[in-house]
Design a protein around this ligand. Structure first.
Ligand code: ZN
Length: 239
């Protein structure tokens, strides 16, 4: 079984459509989403509908939680708050309820899914180093856990190591890996292309895919919606 692991779509319809097409071409049968379906970009409603229809599961992200009214907006930046309020107004009640019902963690066979950290999934901490990953790895009950939130792809191994995830990697058995899929809709590692992972369960292979999409259309949609222009501009440079 091949699964696509997708994180931080952030209402970027063009990037999501390109990733789903790419993953389908590579034979992915399930699509697991690591949260933050909405926020920042201009097509939250369309992205919620696509994710709902995909075969797979989706966990709760901090933007999903805020838009669903599960927590206050005061820890977001002012520009993020304006987008979250716009997003709320551009989803149906049914779509907001779907976001509100997402769980913070899910287990699918031998894989755990979470948005930010496993030790405290709804505190929304950022894991950027192998030492920061240790707390999550200590809570991890499956060989693999996929996460997002930082929008930077990478693999952390229990014991303080990091594996470079530049293309494909074969994961050795008997170790635990905490793996970031990067971001579909707003990459922040200097590469504008949408990021996601393909996980081949039989071979324990992980492939990082970077997918070109119509970034100009996504940027224009941000401007047309009256969202902050800098959110459209950052898509062009992947930061
Ligand atoms: Zn995010």
């Amino acid at each position: 079984m091949r699964c696509a692991i997708i994180a931080d779509i952030h209402a970027n319809l063009q990037a999501l459509e390109a990733v789903v097409a790419d993953a389908s071409e590579y034979g992915c049968e399930e699509f697991h989403v690591l949260g933050d379906v909405v926020g920042y970009n201009a097509n939250p409603s369309e992205c919620v509908e696509i994710v709902r229809a995909l075969p797979g599961v989706c966990v709760l992200g901090n933007h999903d939680s805020a838009v669903a009214g599960l927590e206050p907006l005061d820890h977001f930046s002012p520009s993020a708050v304006s987008v979250l309020e716009w997003t709320r107004a551009n989803l149906t009640e049914d779509q907001r309820c779907w976001l509100a019902a997402l769980r913070p963690t899910r287990q699918i066979r031998l894989v755990t899914l979470v948005h930010a950290t496993l030790d405290s999934p709804t505190s929304w901490g950022y894991i950027r180093t192998s030492s920061a990953a240790e707390l999550s790895l200590a809570c991890q009950r499956t060989p693999l856990c996929f996460f997002g939130h930082t929008h930077v792809p990478g693999i952390f191994v229990q014991g303080g190591r990091e594996i470079l995830l530049d293309e494909g990697v074969q994961l050795p058995p008997d170790q635990k890996f905490f793996i970031n899929a990067g971001s579909v809709g707003q990459p922040r590692d200097g590469d504008w292309r949408a990021s996601y992972l393909i996980h081949d369960e039989e071979s324990s292979g992980i492939w990082l895919r970077r997918v070109e999409y119509n970034v100009q259309t996504a940027r224009q949609a941000v401007l047309d919606a009256g969202l902050p222009a800098k959110l459209g501009d950052r898509l062009l440079i992947g930061l």
